[in-house]
Design a protein around this ligand. Structure first.
Ligand code: AMP
Ligand code: MG
Length: 335
């Protein structure tokens, strides 16, 4: 594996490698993606292999111009065009009817395809230079926390891929919002970096299905990758309502070392004053959901390296990016 910079020459190398069927990790505004030529079945198969990702979990296809959506989607409903005009490029993935040219391995055999136009200039430039749509899941082993820096990718997948393009830390820090636009009403399949409020401002009410249980057969899940234990760190993480710590742990024996992960410095001060945790960390000291999202995965990666016995996390406010943060905390938690 070779780490490339964001220089023009290095981006040309990355683009050529993609065209030749190699695996290239690329920075996007959400998280780092593990890219492959979406029209090259063998390259895409290597993505699943490198991640040990089950093939029932479909990939997102990345494009660098809105009109290229027609390279992979059979139909683009007016609602999708309106969303593209308002919110692309950005952290919104749209599920649309798939063209037969897209290999089945990309979409896990579904008749639909997930498409996104990322806003990260490096991702855009690589896709433009490659001249092909790029299928890219998050660049982490299946079920583990997504990478938000090139170093995270190198540590987790370095020995299994060809290149990593280092574009610095990801601004948004959580995966894209996934919206199904194939039915009569838009359906939210995954909360993510594009706040629901901004989507509803364009297309009106979005249906939010009840949380899908991981125990049902994966094939019957509307969004197959959304298993409940996704994004799990290896340190046990216990999730609590906002404001409920330490009350919810009353009388419990604390393991050492333990860590409390809370929203802002106000909550952190309350928990520090109890002396029950060995360390207390605020996702965003100033209480900003964007900052909390951008720091979430980096913090979880760093906690894992420090071998705490337990992490006690509180949910953040359930609005804007808070939905995606709470969703990832829930998936990372012990059930
Ligand atoms: P990742 O790129 O690792 O963040 O995962 C992409 C996720 O997008 C998958 O796990 C699915 O949940 C979702 N997805 C991709 N393609 C489809 C599709 N055709 N229908 C429904 N969900 C999809
Ligand atoms: Mg992923």
């Amino acid at each position: 594996m070779k780490i490339l910079s964001a220089s023009e020459t290095d981006l040309e190398t990355a683009a050529r490698a993609l065209r030749e069927g190699k695996l290239v990790a690329i920075p996007t505004e959400t998280v780092y993606g593990l890219g492959a030529n979406a029209f090259d079945e063998r390259a895409v198969a290597r993505v699943f292999e490198a991640k040990a990702r089950p093939t029932f979990d479909p990939l997102i296809v990345h494009i660098a111009r809105t009109e290229d959506v027609r390279q992979v989607a059979r139909e683009v409903p007016e609602r999708a065009l309106a969303l593209a005009r308002a919110l692309w490029p950005g952290p919104l993935t749209m599920i649309l009817p798939k063209k037969p040219e897209v290999p089945d391995i990309v979409t896990a055999g579904l008749d639909t395809v997930a498409v996104r136009f990322p806003s990260h200039p490096v991702a855009q430039h690589i896709i433009e230079l490659a001249g092909i749509p790029v299928a890219a899941p998050s660049a982490n082993p299946f079920g583990y926390i997504s990478p938000t820096t090139a170093a995270h990718v190198a540590a987790m997948l370095g020995d299994r891929i060809d290149f990593i393009v280092d574009g610095g830390p990801c601004d948004v820090g959580v995966e894209s919002t996934v919206l199904d636009l194939t039915g009569r009403e838009p359906v939210l399949l995954r909360a993510g970096g594009m706040p629901l409020e901004r989507i509803e401002a364009v297309v009106g009410p979005v249906r939010i299905p009840p949380r899908q249980a991981a125990t049902v057969g994966a094939a019957s899940l509307a969004s197959p990758g959304q298993t409940l234990s996704h994004y799990a760190p290896s340190t046990p993480l216990y999730l609590f309502e906002l404001g409920s710590l330490p009350g919810a742990l009353a009388g419990a024996a604390m393991p050492h070392p333990s860590l409390a992960l809370v929203y802002d410095s106000q909550r952190a001060a309350v928990l520090e004053s109890t002396g029950r945790f060995d360390e207390v960390v605020a996702l965003s000291p100033g209480g900003n959901l964007g900052e909390a999202a951008a720091r979430l995965f980096s913090l979880l990666h760093s906690f894992d390296a420090r071998h705490f016995e337990a992490i006690y996390a509180e949910r953040v406010p359930e609005e804007g990016l808070g939905r995606a943060i709470n969703d990832r905390l829930f998936r990372a938690s012990k059930k």
